[in-house]
Design a protein around this ligand. Structure first.
Ligand code: SF4
Length: 389
């Protein structure tokens, strides 16, 4: 049977993602695998993670991302244990990010994060507005939240990201602009993410309120952030110059990554195929088996091409036509090129990248590219992927 442990030995470089699935309670806007902290053996989970991290011992690890859930739920001892296990990799990485619900950041967790060399905190703010937070199921103490942001911002060695959720039912586009203003009164984060409920599939709230107008909610915030000097480099992500999230950029370029934890996904790119592994979705099961229990799946060259098109359409860099031509040959590249030209003529794309008006109908555009890919005869056309990745 294909095993993540065995396959990792065949690669030399991979980013590492660690999924901490613990939250105080489940929020209505959340599609991630998460469980109430109080019901779990968090210590056992972190000890198991520490064992699995050693899988990367012989690898170059360019970026690390600790996400969730809420890593801020971890006790001081568990956070310290996790970061101790990661220390050798943090030293060699160019970016180590930890997600935090700002209300859960304490002086000791901030000290622990900084002393271990973590250089980026991604704060899940969602909104400063108590009414919006109530709808999202994220009630809490706004003063505490602001205080945490201020404390973190005082550490200039840290880069900060702030996550907001937009298009919440019953809210106005100006609410997002007010959230941005409230943030900038406290600090100037290097990175801001605007996740749109209507774009984020698969959450109970988004399914219920899908008709919410993307255009009305998104474009004013996009315009405002650009006026403030943030570059819109990916559908949901904005950064100051040179401060793009390096870890996510690696996902969008289909580079190797190892996911450790419940539901965590790994993607390993080999010369003629891509392997995907998904961690077991059960905390106790993960404690028993770790990533030995991850489910393996081989991604076909057709699906790999679809993935590449879908993720690259999210970015300002657009579809990497040269990559596609070298990997898949002229016939495939010409078909993708023709599809791209059609959307360029419709005013939705430019230089193989979606313009902002195109991003608003992204599902339609992506499905059209997928139809094009479905019609292609891809057998025998794939050249070694490592000539590219
Ligand atoms: S939104 Fe964040 S805090 Fe809420 S359940 Fe999901 S991961 Fe946990």
């Amino acid at each position: 049977m294909t095993s993540l442990y065995r396959e990792v030995k065949k690669i030399s470089e991979a980013s590492v993602y660690l999924h901490i699935p613990f939250c105080r309670k489940k929020c209505g806007c959340c599609a991630f695998f998460s469980v109430p902290y109080s019901s779990c053996d968090a210590g056992g989970y972190i000890r198991r993670m520490a064992e699995d991290i050693s899988m990367a011992a012989d690898l170059t690890v360019p970026t690390i991302y600790i996400g969730g859930g809420d890593p801020g739920m971890l006790s001081a001892d568990d956070l310290s244990l996790l970061l101790d296990a990661l220390s050798p990799y943090i030293t060699g990485s160019s970016e180590t990010t930890i997600e935090m619900n700002p209300e859960h950041l304490t002086d000791s967790s901030l000290d622990c994060i900084i002393s271990h060399g973590v250089d980026r905190i991604s704060f899940g703010i969602q909104s400063f507005d108590p009414n919006i937070r109530r709808i999202l199921g994220r009630e809490g103490n706004i003063d505490r939240l602001k205080e945490s942001l201020l404390k973190a911002a005082a550490h200039k060695e840290l880069q900060l990201n702030a996550d907001f959720i937009t298009s919440v039912p019953g809210t106005e586009p100006d609410d997002t602009l007010r959230d941005i203003d409230s943030l900038l009164e406290i600090c100037t984060p290097e990175h801001i993410s605007l996740y749109d409920l209507a774009l984020e599939d698969n959450t109970p709230l988004s399914r219920r309120y899908r008709e919410t107008s993307l255009k009305d909610h998104l474009t004013p915030a996009w315009k405002y952030l650009k006026q403030l000097g943030y570059r819109h480099y990916e559908l949901s992500n904005f950064s100051l110059e040179g401060r793009e999230g390096q870890h996510n950029l690696r996902y969008w370029r289909l580079e190797n990554y190892i996911g450790i934890g419940c539901s965590a996904v790994s993607g390993l790119v080999f010369p003629d195929h891509i392997l995907r592994f998904t961690g077991i979705r059960d905390v106790q099961g993960f404690i028993m088996e770790g990533m030995h229990g991850a489910e393996a799946e081989t991604v076909t060259s057709r699906d790999a091409l679809k993935d590449l098109i879908m993720v690259s359409l999210r970015t300002e860099f657009g579809i990497p036509m040269q990559r596609i031509r070298s990997i898949y040959g002229d016939e495939t590249a010409d078909a993708v090129e023709q599809c791209s030209e059609k959307w360029e003529s419709a005013g939705m794309m430019q230089h193989h990248a979606l313009l902002e008006q195109g991003m608003l109908i992204m599902d339609t555009v992506v499905l059209d590219f997928f139809s094009t890919v479905e019609e292609l005869d891809l057998d025998g056309t794939v050249r070694p992927l490592d000539s590219f990745f």
